[in-house]
Design a protein around this ligand. Structure first.
Ligand SMILES: C[S@@+](CC[C@H](N)C(=O)[O-])C[C@H]1O[C@@H](n2cnc3c(N)ncnc32)[C@H](O)[C@@H]1O
Length: 376
């Protein structure tokens, strides 16, 4: 895609036949032609983008060359693609605003999601044009990006989604995203999804999982964990989500990744699995070899559902929690231990425990992988 610059560019417009002579006339050691911009062709003329108008006029005026200096839009040469956001903004932003350029942003398929957290001390007018420049630069840095949103709220509600404000491009929140050899369709305004868990999903999908395991992904969203595990192992994964739109994409993603029959989607509040009248709850009771609980703000409230599903002989639990600093891992383990004490299982072994990512100044996202055994 060609990129037009904000500033006008000076060109020497010269007849094609004189173009070669012009190149011979100008000294190589002086920067005369702007090599970052494209040479243009217009009918019988060539337009060379120039850096040094004065030099050209004095050098060429005594030669028998017909030329004129004109102004036009400069077009960057393809090889001059910017690698970073800061590089793309170098000539386009006052130095004092550089500190506000976000250091990281999420790219999900054709969509970028930006977060401006240091913005309170900027006048809102400057802020708006600044954000637009960032959005423009992002589109120029990332060829695939068609839409730039700004985070407009925290992740909230039962469906764990956030408000997004359109900064640039099409207001199209559905996109295709590829990760670890799998493809996911999702709507970033209507379903939970974060690319920041890419390594955690890879780690889970690389855990030692036995063929034939029955796995429950209790908060599956559009299916990134379940699908990545099922792509790698011959297992059956029951994947639940309460959000009907996440369920819609989960079904579609099972199809897209050719996992029909391996990942089985349910649109359900998992609390229903322990309801006395729940037929499906009875069928699934004590059938799980492995359970994934990725609802970090309140998975602890569903430990009873996990215990209902876990095989009588025990199994593996992958449990996520936002834990308050300090001692985030110890607190997470203690929390599960205490809650489990009300049910029929206890911790046999802590297989793994770690901080997955920084969540907020006070909280970390922690995962613990536990081997559970029946309480004796
Ligand atoms: C933090 S997201 C995780 C989604 C997915 N594991 C991922 O990595 O993208 C939690 C998901 O749990 C779902 N959820 C919340 N409460 C639920 C419940 N009671 N039963 C089933 N799903 C629930 C939400 O709709 C949301 O999609």
């Amino acid at each position: 895609m060609q990129k037009e610059l904000d500033k006008d560019t000076k060109y020497i417009k010269i007849n094609k036949t004189d173009g070669q002579n012009f190149i011979k006339q100008i000294k190589k050691d002086i920067e005369v032609i702007d090599k970052n911009k494209k040479v243009l062709h217009e009918d019988d003329f060539i337009l060379f983008p120039i850096l040094n108008e004065k030099y050209i006029i004095t050098t060429l005026k005594n030669q028998n060359l017909n030329f004129e200096i004109i102004e036009g839009k400069g077009i960057l040469r393809d090889k001059n693609k910017f690698k970073t956001l800061k590089e793309a903004l170098k000539n386009n932003l006052p130095q004092n605003l550089f500190q506000y350029i976000p250091n990281s942003y999420d790219i999900i398929g054709e969509i970028v999601i930006l977060e401006f957290d240091k913005f309170n001390d900027l006048d809102s007018k400057i802020g708006d044009s600044f954000k637009l420049k960032i959005a423009d630069a992002l589109i120029s840095v990332n060829k695939k990006v068609k839409t730039v949103y700004e985070k407009a709220s925290e992740i909230k509600g039962e469906h764990r989604v956030r408000d997004l404000k359109l900064l640039k491009g099409k207001d199209k929140s559905e996109t295709l995203y590829k990760e670890n050899g799998c493809t996911f369709k999702l709507d970033i305004k209507k379903t939970f999804f974060t690319p920041r868990l890419v390594f955690e999903r890879k780690r889970l999908a690389s855990s030692p999982i036995s063929e034939g395991e029955v796995i429950f992904d209790l908060f599956s969203g559009v299916g990134p964990i379940a699908i990545q595990i099922a792509k790698k192992y011959k297992v059956i994964i029951h994947a639940f989500d309460i959000n009907p739109i996440a369920f819609h994409y989960l079904k579609e993603n099972v199809n897209l990744n050719k996992l029909l029959g391996n990942v089985i989607p349910y649109n359900m509040d998992i609390n229903f699995l322990i309801h006395p009248t729940s037929e499906i709850g009875k069928i699934f009771q004590n059938t799980a070899d492995r359970i994934i609980m990725n609802l970090p703000e309140k998975a602890i409230n569903y430990i009873n559902v996990g215990c209902h599903l876990m095989k009588k002989t025990g199994g593996i639990l992958h449990y996520y929690q936002f834990s308050e600093k300090p001692d985030v891992i110890e607190k997470t383990i203690e929390n599960v231990k205490t809650t489990l004490s009300k049910f029929n299982y206890s911790i046999d072994k802590i297989l793994n425990s770690k901080i997955v990512k920084h969540y907020s100044p006070k909280y970390e996202l922690v995962v613990i992988d536990l081997k559970l055994k029946p309480r004796t």
